[in-house]
Design a protein around this ligand. Structure first.
Ligand code: AMP
Ligand code: GLY
Length: 418
């Protein structure tokens, strides 16, 4: 079967690495891909926003399955248009992707299906939002609804901070986004990934990422500075509880609405004293959590993806390597703000030759035959090891072999697990 993967980040490089290794995959295409992805499959110059062009490509090249990596094309309805054209696609519909695209949508499902999450209010008017703040005090969390690349959330420790965040939203900083105000949850955060065909759910291995920019998990929030799998905090009992009380009711809710969710559902959880609570859903794999999951995946990924599409996930199981996988994100100066682009990266082949090491490209580009940084998060230096310490040592040894004076990373990825 020919497969088309949509996306261009580290997550998609890891997916391409896993899909390309499948005995079921004849030709793997990736649109648009990146230099790392282009080295292992056919990168094609297709804009995912041009649904007609993607459909035409699939027909021309006899694509049997499309796998959509990032959230933007899902929220834009690419999966719907492909399905309408009779093409198999792994990834939720526009309606179902609202679980990521609209916090209000998700919160209303939580309320209706009694899913544990932070108490909340939704506001279209500043005065009502400020009145809610006055009643609840701080700490409290203020969010702009819609896709804001993680920048729409303020965890306010004082009433003044919360008021400023509300005022920000109503002055239009996030367009005409609605304001969601939530109870502050305390605990450790964990990512929980489940494959689903719309009816059945198959949990994947546990993983945890580091969201903050600085060592010791301090500083501004980012897309993720590193990740590891398994996540020791996600015990089997907690996984079962999260599956039964959070994920399964959500899958049922979408099916009840007539829009079954097909793809991977990523629950961001807070492990509170009262059990796991939902912080947010994502309609895709985590980046960089996907990179560590792919490294530990023992089974062929393609039959799993197809079982989601075909509604046969109840017949499937999934096995993982016992080893720990850990990934270190190397980023360009300035991230998560404006970054310096075009700085040259050398020595990836030597660095990637280390035992158990895989280097996934995130924001790279080729310029006149030179590999250069072309984004904020640039490389995912990933390694397997018998222990967290061994995986850490291997990943950081590879990082240190990369000749990129303008690249930075945290030096403590995995500290909680170690
Ligand atoms: P979100 O975009 O909703 O995932 O929020 C981004 C980050 O803000 C999360 O990863 C948490 O670290 C933090 N956060 C979001 N909601 C809450 C909450 N209700 N209580 C505490 N922290 C939160
Ligand atoms: N690593 C967090 C995310 O993918 O949203």
């Amino acid at each position: 079967m020919n497969i088309l993967l949509i996306g261009s980040g580290g997550r998609e490089h890891a997916l391409a690495w896993a899909i390309g290794a499948s005995s079921l995959c004849d030709r793997l295409y990736c649109a648009p891909g990146n230099p790392g992805i282009a080295a292992i499959c056919h990168a094609v110059d297709l804009k995912d926003a041009d649904h007609a062009a993607v459909i035409a490509f699939c027909k021309t090249w006899a694509i049997g399955l499309v796998v959509i990596g990032p959230e933007a094309p899902l929220v834009a309805g690419l999966a719907d248009d492909l399905r309408a054209a009779g093409i198999k696609v792994f990834g939720p519909s526009k309606f179902a992707a609202q679980l990521e695209g609209s916090k209000g949508f998700t919160k209303d499902i939580c309320a209706k299906y009694d899913i544990p999450t932070a108490a909340y209010g939704r506001f279209r008017e500043r005065s009502a939002a400020l009145a809610y703040l006055a009643r609840h005090g701080a700490p409290i969390v203020v969010k702009a609804d819609g896709l804001a690349a993680g920048k729409g959330v303020t965890v306010a420790m004082t009433p003044a901070e919360a008021q400023a965040a509300v005022n920000d939203i109503f002055t239009g900083r996030f367009g005409d986004a609605e304001c969601v105000i939530e109870e502050y949850l305390e605990g450790e955060e964990a990512s929980f990934f489940v494959l689903t065909d719309g009816t059945h759910a198959l949990p994947l291995a546990t993983a945890q990422d580091h969201k903050r920019l600085g060592d010791g998990d301090v500083g501004p929030n980012t897309g993720g500075m590193g990740a590891y799998s398994p996540a020791p905090c996600m015990t089997e009992a907690l996984c079962t509880e999260a599956l039964e009380t959070i994920v399964k009711p959500t899958i049922r809710a979408l099916a009840d609405m007539g829009h079954p969710y097909v793809g991977v559902l990523y629950a961001g959880l807070m492990l509170t004293r009262d059990g796991p609570k939902l912080i947010e859903y994502n309609a895709r794999f985590g980046d960089p959590e996907c990179q560590v999951l792919m490294l530990r995946l023992k089974d062929d990924i393609v039959p799993l993806l197809l079982a989601c599409v075909d509604g046969t996930l109840d017949k499937m199981s999934v096995r993982w390597l016992d080893e720990v996988a850990l990934t270190v994100v190397m980023f360009a100066k300035g991230y998560p703000g404006e970054t310096v682009k075009g700085t040259e990266i050398r020595g990836l082949d030597a660095a990637g030759a280390g035992e158990g090491v895989e280097i996934f490209h995130a924001g790279t580009a080729l310029e006149n035959g030179r590999l250069v940084a072309a984004g904020g998060r640039v490389l995912n230096v990933t390694a397997l090891g018998k222990t967290v310490k061994e995986a850490q040592a291997r990943a950081y040894a590879a990082v240190d072999r990369i000749d990129w004076p303008d690249g930075f990373c945290r030096r403590d990825i995995g500290w909680r697990a170690a």
